[in-house]
Design a protein around this ligand. Sequence first.
Ligand SMILES: *[C@@H]1O[C@H](CO)[C@@H](O)[C@H](O)[C@H]1NC(C)=O
Length: 220
Amino acid sequence: MKMQSMARPFLLLCFTLFLLSPCRSDSDPLQDFCVANRQAGDITVDGFPCKPSSSVVSDDFFSMALSKGGNTNNVFSANVTSADVLSFPGLNTLGVSMNRIDLAPGGLNLPHSHPRATELGFVLQGQLLVGFVSTSNVFYSKIVNEGENFVIPRGLVHFQYNVGKEKALVITAFNSQLPGVVLAPVSLFGSNPAIPSDVLAKAFQVDQQVVNLIKSKFGN
Ligand SMILES: *[C@@H]1O[C@H](CO)[C@@H](O)[C@H](O)[C@H]1NC(C)=O
């Protein structure tokens, strides 16, 4: 009986922490805003130092970063443009950011993950196959059309692939001012310095020539 009465608040606390933990991303700000002072030097822990409030102006809270799509004339026929704290300093400490993904027909936004954010997508134009793989190795995917949303849980490998006949445009929102991106093929085959080829040959169970061929596609 006594055990039970102690266990209950403890379980409740655990449950509450469990519920809260996946919602946490960037830490909560302790002031209205902290427009990033990019001149102040390198990135510091948890963002950038603030511009003095006296020099903050309206323009700090508006951005044209996503007004134009990137050039999709590349090998993947896709381009991602970011409105994150680096291109939009007003986002500093606010815990949100946004991307636009432009994809020509057949364009692929490479399998990648965002270590610091969940991604909420909205298809403005086109038709895409969107999918991610869970930590249980289950592949969840669907063809999404104009006007539809998708969500990619934080940290999971995912992609967007234009399967339509027209160009596609996707807007994605993140619960981080700088979600970070790990492009799976680039991380493995295009890192600097390169991962030793025998490691990759063993991992992918192929000859080193195959590894070297793939490496050459990513600048290694
Ligand atoms: C994406 O578009 C930008 C702006 O047009 C361009 O500078 C950049 O090289 C493009 N990236 C790729 C991978 O083509």
